[in-house]
Design a protein around this ligand. Structure first.
Ligand code: GDP
Ligand code: IMO
Ligand code: MG
Length: 439
């Protein structure tokens, strides 16, 4: 077996790098696309021939009718959200259910996860995380606390009712003490889950067994990360992170595929940077610079509609992402958003209390207090929108990309110049480009 056939696509920054677009484009060369973590906090946008889809739980490869989609054990599944996505796709004429496998070990998100999260965020006041309010954190807390309910629990309805009784009673006791007003009727919750269950049960599978046996047959698997490395529970800007392993290591534990069966990791980064929610953002652009990026880039959350904070490409952060993921190639998206700028700053160095920092600091206080040194690169001030050939790029755009690649120390294998599947440059000159296409 050739392990190089299987790759992980991971966000290099704080999410929303354009992973959905990239995964959809790459999926052509793979047989299976598997999500390994996160839940409906993800909003992955795919545009095909001008038609836009936003995926939250479904892998972005689902639009390609000859591909199988897997929701791995590392994902937290909100039944309402999953069924709504399946319905929306069916309405658009795309049949997904026959091509979808959902892990029988994936944990469920239940209504109390959302209400507890809302209450906890309120209690944090100004220190709130600014979550997507999808119940992600509380669901992973229950998983780690060994009191979660899993998709496999839906198989036996009576047993599910019994398990719900125990868990919901404990939940409601806690909720009434900690967050008065967030108590939810346990019968309503249980019966709603059981009402939705028949839509998901036919898709349930031991997805680790499925993936491994398909790989044995030589099928290629693309592992789709959600969020980004800087939101990873271990490697992100803790505590302003999500609650799952968004970095590439999560692909193994989140699907039940051993790490040595995965050939390489490819990182997706915007040509600039954004963050949604609270937390440190060293290269954030203040004032009109940030606003211009937001307006031109349409930087509003795909899930929550919140305005995204915008700033410049951050080399130290990208180097850090490269290390923790072992990135073999970079994919740079939204190059076209920089088209009009006369000068483009790139953050090249962190300085704290007069000293240059090596690496990416763990302490939130340092991340918030550091200063960034920038190098300003000349803009190209002409349209790159929709270009499909590297040779067609203005020379200053090529210089900008080369600068990023050299500073980060990773080759760029693909460049995105627009939201549509076809608005993509495959950089064939890049030695790592073959990771994306051939096994
Ligand atoms: P994801 O969460 O990483 O999949 O990214 P999102 O879908 O949340 O956000 C990326 C946004 O940028 C979406 O609206 C995409 O349609 C859009 N997009 C992706 N690549 C490009 C690109 O190269 N140029 C432009 N203009 N838009 C892009
Ligand atoms: P995709 O997959 C950007 C952010 C939230 C918040 C923090 C914790 O589309 O890139 P959570 O609801 O996960 O507990 O929120 O993480 N966040 C994202 N930001 N893109 C995402 O997903 C995100 N998913 C979560 O804004 O700061
Ligand atoms: Mg997104």
């Amino acid at each position: 077996m050739n392990t190089a056939q299987n790759i992980v696509v991971v966000g290099v920054q704080w999410g929303d790098e354009g992973k959905g677009k990239v995964v959809d484009a790459l999926a052509e060369h793979f047989d299976i696309v598997a999500r390994y973590q996160g839940g409906a906090n993800a909003g992955h946008t795919v545009v095909v021939n001008g038609k836009k889809f936003v995926f939250q739980l479904l892998p972005s490869g689902i639009l390609r009718l000859d591909k199988i989609a897997v929701i791995g054990n590392g994902v937290v599944v909100d039944l309402e959200s999953l069924v709504a996505e399946l319905d929306a796709l069916a309405k658009a004429g795309i049949e997904a259910e026959g091509r979808l496998r959902v892990s029988d070990r994936a944990h469920l998100i239940l209504p109390y996860h959302r209400s507890h999260e809302a209450a906890a965020e309120l209690a944090r006041g100004v220190a709130k995380i600014g979550t997507t309010a999808k119940g992600i954190g509380p669901s992973y807390e229950d998983k780690a606390g060994r009191r979660g309910l899993r998709t496999a629990d839906l198989v036996d309805r009576e047993r599910f009712r019994e398990k719900c009784l125990t868990v919901f009673e404990e939940k409601n006791r806690l909720a009434s003490a900690l967050f008065p007003g967030s108590v939810i009727s346990k019968d309503v919750m249980t019966e709603r889950c059981l009402e939705l269950a028949p839509r998901v049960l036919p898709c349930l599978a031991d997805t680790s067994a499925f993936l491994n046996s398909e790989m044995d047959k030589g099928k290629r698997v693309l592992f789709e990360g959600a969020q980004g490395t800087l939101l990873d529970i271990d490697f992100g800007t803790y505590p302003y992170v999500t609650s799952s392993s968004a970095a590439a290591g999560g692909a193994s534990t989140g699907t039940g595929v051993g790490p040595t069966r995965i050939g390489a990791v490819v990182g997706v980064s915007k040509a600039y940077a954004t963050r949604v929610g609270s937390g440190p953002f060293p290269t954030e652009a203040s004032g009109s610079d940030g606003e211009k990026l937001r307006e031109r880039g349409g930087e509003y959350g795909a899930v929550t509609g919140r305005p995204r904070r915008c700033g410049w490409f951050d080399v130290p952060a990208a180097r850090y992402s490269t290390r923790v993921n072992d990135l073999k190639a970079l994919i740079i998206t939204k190059l076209d958003i920089l088209d009009q700028l006369a000068e483009i700053p790139v953050g090249v160095e962190y300085v704290y209390e007069g000293r240059r920092l090596e690496g990416f600091p763990a302490e939130i206080e340092i991340l918030e207090g550091l200063r960034v040194h920038y190098k300003s690169l000349p803009g190209w001030q002409q349209s790159t929108f929709g270009l499909c050939e590297f040779a067609e790029l203005p020379s200053r755009a090529k210089d900008y990309l080369r600068f990023i690649s050299d500073e980060v120390g990773v080759e760029i294998a693909m460049i995105s110049t627009g939201p549509d599947r076809d608005q993509t440059i495959w950089v064939e000159e890049c030695r790592a480009a073959s990771l994306l296409t051939a096994g």
